[in-house]
Design a protein around this ligand. Sequence first.
Ligand code: NAP
Length: 367
Amino acid sequence: MSPSPSVDAHTRERIPVALLGATGTVGARLAQRLTDHPWFELVEVAASERSEGSRLGERVAPDAALHPRIAGLTLRSPTADFRSHLILSALPSGAARAVEAELAARGHLVVSNASAYRDDPRVPLIVPEVNADHLALLDTVREAAAGEAVPAPGGGIVTNPNCAVAGLMPAVAPLHRRFGIERLIVTTLQAISGAGRPGPSAIDLVDNVVPYIGGEEDKIAAEPAKILGRVEGDRIVPVPLSISATATRVPVLHGHLESVSVQLSTPASPDEARRAWREFRAPEAVAQLPSSPERVVEIADHPDRPQPRLDRDRGSGMTVTVGRIRPCPVQTLRFLVLSHNLERGAAGAAILNAELAVADGRVRSQL
Ligand code: NAP
């Protein structure tokens, strides 16, 4: 993949984009990030039938502070006829399953935050700094199974990981590449905004920790092996990687903190791990994308870091922070990782994937 010469913001018109689930927590973040985007222009928005016909600005949370042009867009059904080839989806998984497949069958490229297709071995699950090459799955022609909508040429679905996995991967991939990871144990302390709107009630969460997030641990256990896997024919073959995950919800607004212990195939000291993180770079074509942070991973050496309030906004929310790196008395190493769940974990991740698709020559201006 090489960066497309056609994506110079000064010499080309911006690419029109449609946004599904635009009124939600992730949708509003996407609308904000798209406001001044050098390549994309948000021109079409959709939400549930409850919102259809309203202006986006009337249906988002009051603190979304959208640009007046974007706030004035009229909400449509997610199955409407969109003129944009590129569609960003922030739908709940249930709605995403039928809608995204139908749009791909009509020839749209759907870049999705939802979990509906993440575990399908034929659908790319991408963290551009780690597995941009998995985008090649979009080139494989699919045999239709009974009742299955098959993507039309130029159409397809690209997913980004669960928000805890999106934050974990920039820390895990450099260690896996250099030393091999056999087993990983992770306990997450996940922010409230990760639950979307309305999310857990204040009375349940203030002065409390909820030691369960439905469905989360299975996603954290499964997605990293697919992301680190390789393309074989029309599917991804995951790496062998055993993960034990415990997911908790804590009263933090944004920023997932994760406590990680890894068993490495080749033993490594904390300093060798630090070197692997410091030397980790996105492929050149990915590093040039507008939403790529200057550094994918930063190391916080102070013993009481990373902290959500202090570290989540590094690199406009796209840099993950690793700290408290130390030997593990049970496995090889342990450390903490912090990431912004709505940026690296959702809106920023989806936009980076969309930029990757543009740079890879997969996005047209119109359907
Ligand atoms: P959310 O705040 O609940 O927003 C959901 C959005 O989807 C709203 O725009 C809603 O529209 C729309 N919607 C709901 N039911 C629908 C239906 N049946 N048909 C069409 N539209 C429907 O959720 P969120 O937190 O933004 O999450 C969106 C997606 O991103 C989910 O799949 C989630 O798992 C994923 N995700 C979230 C995060 C995070 O940190 N929050 C991170 C990674 C991935 P109305 O306003 O009209 O109801």
